[in-house]
Design a protein around this ligand. Structure first.
Ligand code: CTP
Length: 402
């Protein structure tokens, strides 16, 4: 196999010293590693450290063109199978989100078409700042990968989220991305229907029953499908997320409305992914007027909603159908049970009690169960990466079908 090349960008935070160990681990794994330091990073750790570990010249200055045969930043950008920025400061994240290219690292990363893994490390308050969060969201929307920082004591004296992710976790992420290869457009010509978010079941004009689903997983799936070339229909319950561009969105409220929206489209689509957390019960009676309080208990009788996935399973012909199973225990048992009971091709299961796998989080930890008995357990990843991993599996299975 051809040796893989990682271009490692190191920016100026104290965690820059950990990037030296990362360089050493990468080269020991046989990965050709080229390092770019920002000026600030070079104040924490010297280029000579990285040169010794990577066995290559280390780049700091955009205009230091050592090889007249190439333009260094383009050469490095093209060489990369994967671009990693570790540690990534708030500054480089901000520059990347705005397309600023004012030094060797920001210029090279702008010029690459390789996948990019960003490993943020900074003070807890900087990490939580809306500007940094917004910039990271912009980059996630464009398909950049993130290794979430860890929580714990920070060099600045604070304790909280902002530590560079553990090197083991960064390495696993790098190996996963190298295996996966470049951004693809393998869903061109396919129509994908995604459901997302919670449903709301009305009690009276001011109250409803709902659940903690944020819609983030379903939206990430819709965006991944769009970026891979699919035509995407997104049926979504109420969420606070912005409508993804380039996706046809159908907002709904209740399970009943979601059922009708899905059934209307089901014949026309190739892949259905039901990431929505659909209410299983709704109030039997919806009051026209606000219920006034009175002494004693209030009993609201509930009745079952339609199980949309079950109905899809009954009707499905050519469609590849994926269900989700959010569980709090016995994940494997319930996932497999849902797969056979609802006649679906794949179940994406997660234990919502695990840290980093729950509702409202930006990450997820899932196992994919396939009808043919295959099981794929994925590491903790951003929801966008989980979405891509789901499509990687689906496309592999569809190729076998053809
Ligand atoms: N689902 C659905 N319609 C419902 C309930 C669930 O389409 N009325 C779908 C979900 O979108 C998800 C899958 O079924 O893809 C599993 O949802 P989950 O709530 O985990 O399972 P349930 O079937 O509701 O089973 P239980 O509540 O017993 O766990």
């Amino acid at each position: 196999m051809r040796k893989k090349t990682v271009v490692l960008g190191v920016t100026g935070g104290i965690a820059a010293y950990k990037a030296a160990a990362l360089t050493s681990q990468l080269t020991q794994k046989g990965i050709d590693t080229w390092v770019i330091l920002t000026e600030s990073a070079a104040r924490f750790v010297t280029p000579l450290t990285f040169q010794t570990l990577s066995k290559h010249h280390v780049f700091v200055d955009t205009f230091e063109e050592r090889d007249p045969a190439v333009v260094s930043h383009i050469d490095l950008a093209d060489k990369a199978d994967l671009f990693v920025i570790a540690p990534a400061t708030a500054n480089i994240i901000g520059k990347m989100a705005q397309g600023i290219a004012d030094d060797m690292l920001s210029t090279t990363v702008l010029a690459t078409v390789a996948p990019v893994l960003i490993c943020p490390a900074m003070n807890v308050h900087m990490y939580a700042h809306p500007a940094v969060q917004r910039n990271m969201n912009i980059l996630k929307e464009w398909g950049y990968h993130f290794a979430e920082p860890g929580e714990g004591p920070l060099a600045c004296g604070y304790t909280g989220k902002g530590r560079l992710a553990e090197s083991e976790s960064i390495l696993t992420h790098i190996e996963y991305l190298l295996k996966k290869g470049n951004r693809k457009t393998d869903l061109k010509g396919k129509r994908v229907l995604v459901t997302a978010g919670p449903t709301r079941e009305k009690v009276d004009p001011v109250r409803f029953f709902s659940n903690r689903s944020s819609g983030k997983m379903g939206f990430a799936i819709a965006e991944a499908a769009r970026d891979r070339g699919a035509e995407v229909l997104l049926v979504t319950g109420p969420t606070s997320l912005p409508k993804p561009s380039g996706v046809i969105t159908y907002p709904v409220e209740s399970a009943e409305e979601m059922y009708h929206a899905v059934m209307e489209k089901i014949e026309e689509v190739d892949i259905v992914i039901k990431a929505a957390a659909v209410a299983d019960y709704r109030p039997k009676e919806v009051h026209d007027q606000k219920i006034k309080k009175s002494e004693g208990q209030l009993i609201i009788e509930l009745e079952r909603t339609k199980d949309i996935l079950f109905e899809i399973g009954k009707r499905k012909k050519h469609q590849f159908v994926v269900g989700f199973a959010a569980e709090t225990k016995d994940v494997e048992y319930y996932a497999k049970d849902k797969m056979s009971r609802k006649n679906v091709d794949m179940i994406v299961a997660n234990n919502v009690k695990l840290v980093g796998a729950g509702f409202e989080e930006d990450t997820n930890v899932v196992t994919i169960y396939v009808k043919n008995g295959q099981e794929i357990s994925l590491p903790k990843m951003s929801k966008r990466e989980v979405a891509d991993a789901i499509f990687d599996q689906i496309m592999g299975l569809l190729e076998q079908r053809e």
